[in-house]
Design a protein around this ligand. Structure first.
Ligand SMILES: NC(=O)c1ccc[n+]([C@@H]2O[C@H](COP(=O)([O-])OP(=O)(O)OC[C@H]3O[C@@H](n4cnc5c(N)ncnc54)[C@H](OP(=O)(O)O)[C@@H]3O)[C@@H](O)[C@H]2O)c1
Length: 302
């Protein structure tokens, strides 16, 4: 089967398509034929060696997958051959592959009306947005400031916060303002033109998907009961109002989010669908920092 592999850390050109043996699902695992995988910024960080929790290359990138079950390992219940499933895979064998091995207990069956491209775009970004908001626990009518509101995590976070009844303010470039308002934001600040610390007044929650020096600046718009949540390295960590969150697999949440998407209550914005033949280009796009919503990879055509 085909898989994307890399022999060393480096720029997108280290990503190569190679042939490898078909994996066999072990106990508690299933084998999927790839429908789609999505690209997350962490894939680029791992490829470049900026984060190294997969160890050294060679490995195959990719956390998010949607596919069709073609084989089932021992002790798997609730999933059958032929089911379309989606979820989050954390392994060195990744999801940028023709066939993907995944733990069955991290996958959920597609709700009626779902498709692979949409489903693959959901797991990491939506679960992270949901879990970050849970950590902040915004109440109806509280104000939530979402930094990077137009990106993969941000576009879910804006919708989830608005659905909880919060007033949402996003930061985004002007070209994305209409998009972010359409997701439910009451206001959007162009961070390239305006200092958000003076533009937004007081807020109750900051969801910081940018990190770094956005941290301490964000603390300035919170009072003592405010909550600052980040998924990044941030100079605000250490302040008693701040917390760091890491997105984790949850089939319960994924079922709920997938159902909301299938019912049209939550929108998944796909910036671009590329094939695995274009995987290098997908990483260049992701690293541009200008992706609106999600990038999705579908199987090789060449
Ligand atoms: N710890 C975790 O579990 C976890 C999970 C998921 C993601 N993350 C991290 O969270 C970050 C966001 O992830 P993502 O998937 O949402 O990324 P993404 O989709 O690549 O984000 C791209 C968006 O970021 C916006 N942006 C870039 N710089 C900005 C700035 N200074 N202020 C406001 N907006 C800015 C861009 O909008 P404009 O063009 O409008 O600027 C673009 O739409 C990444 O660094 C990722 O690694 C962490």
């Amino acid at each position: 089967m085909k898989t994307v592999s890399q022999q060393r850390f480096g720029d997108p050109d280290v990503l190569d398509t190679v042939q490898t043996a078909m994996p066999v699902p072990g106990r508690g695992e299933v084998l999927l034929r790839l429908g789609a995988a999505s690209v997350n910024p962490v894939d680029c960080k791992l490829r470049a060696g900026r984060v190294r929790f997969l160890g050294d290359p060679p490995f195959t990138l990719g956390f998010d997958v949607s596919g069709t079950v073609v084989a089932i390992g021992a002790d798997v219940t609730g999933i059958r051959r032929g089911d379309n499933v989606f979820g989050m895979v954390h392994s060195r064998t990744g999801t940028y592959s023709e066939f993907v091995v995944a733990r069955a207990d991290t996958l959920v069956v597609h709700p009626p009306g779902s498709d692979h491209v949409t489903a693959a775009a959901i797991p990491t970004a939506a679960l992270t947005a949901w879990q970050a908001l849970d950590a902040a626990d915004p109440k109806p009518n509280e104000t939530v400031l979402v930094h990077a509101a137009s990106g993969g995590v941000g576009h879910f976070a804006v919708q989830f916060a608005a659905r909880r009844g919060a007033k949402v303010i996003g930061t985004a470039r002007r070209r994305n303002h209409h998009f972010v308002r359409g997701l439910g934001a009451a206001d959007v600040v162009d961070y390239t033109e305006t200092d958000f610390t003076t533009a937004v007044g007081r807020v109750d929650v900051v969801l910081d998907l940018v990190g770094g020096e956005y941290g301490k600046r964000s603390l300035r718009v919170l009072d003592d009961s405010g909550r600052y949540i980040t998924v990044q390295d941030s100079d605000a960590l250490g302040d008693p109002r701040s917390r760091s969150v890491t997105g984790k697999p949850s089939t319960v949440l994924l079922t709920e989010i997938g159902t909301s998407v299938a019912r049209g209550q939550v929108t998944v914005h796909i910036d671009r669908v590329l094939t695995m033949d274009e995987v290098r280009e997908s990483h260049r796009l992701s690293e541009s920092g200008r992706v609106r919503g999600k990038l999705v990879l579908t199987p090789w055509v060449a």
